[in-house]
Design a protein around this ligand. Sequence first.
Ligand code: ATP
Ligand code: MG
Length: 285
Amino acid sequence: MTNLVERGLASLGRLMAIFQARPDIDDRDVREPPLTAIRGEIEFRNLSFAYNGKPVLKDVTLRIPAGKTVAIVGATGAGKSTLASLIPRLYDSPDGTLFLDGVPIRQIPLATLRHAIGYVPQETFLFSETVAENIRFGKPEANGTEVERAAEISNILPDIHGFPSGFDTRVGERGLTLSGGQKQRTAISRAVIRDPRILILDDALSSVDTYTEEKILGHLSEVMAGRTTILISHRISTIRHADEVVVLDDGTIAERGTHAELLSRAGLYADLYQRQLIEEDLEKA
Ligand SMILES: Nc1ncnc2c1ncn2[C@@H]1O[C@H](COP(=O)(O)OP(=O)(O)OP(=O)(O)O)[C@@H](O)[C@H]1O
Ligand SMILES: [Mg+2]
């Protein structure tokens, strides 16, 4: 018995350390009265950001009006994911560099902020649960129709109908193993079911074919009409429909404009475009 109690106490000590941990990112700077509804205008003002002293973003200034779709492109390691992750405050940006609807981001309650954002990270994560539960994770109170609608938008619905128990099929470690593209589309369903003011897709279409991608983007442009969308992608096919394209190079904005404007400028974006055309030709050959 003594043994059991001792072991129990040791475990309890470790648990308490977790329960009592205070997150670095919290609501300490929220101003009264707090902002409760977000329109979706995002502004980076001379933002520089470093991970433990290692600079990653340098003097980024970018205003994304509410309701617009902006694509972010750039070489691997350019800082695209870092830039996107500052919006839901996965990391905190320096004071006075990031504003939502004109309000410094740390003055907005974290719950309000994150509630307004649908975020599909580059590394999708699915739980060892059913497909429906994985989608509903984005909105626990969602009903069956909403789950189905979200699955339809991300074009995973036909796949789900083919699974052994449909929406009730278990996925992950203890269930069906999904393909990379199926995982990505499940993650997109999880984000869109929240009906977000701001949708961030970090390379979230990289594992689906261009035909499926076209379909998903078509659905998204309907449901995201009037809402802000940030598309991070390496693929021109994903990017070309954005209102504006921002090219990041080594943490700074190298070029920006519409697809057509950037093509005529014969810079980094035009290079990327040419290279992808050649790759496509090679694939066809
Ligand atoms: N959590 C982190 N801690 C420390 N350094 C990081 C972290 N995340 C990214 N970095 C570094 O920051 C830089 C930018 O990374 P980031 O993931 O933003 O690039 P990216 O443009 O999204 O690249 P990719 O196209 O490969 O996704 C890289 O040099 C990377 O090593
Ligand atoms: Mg990335």
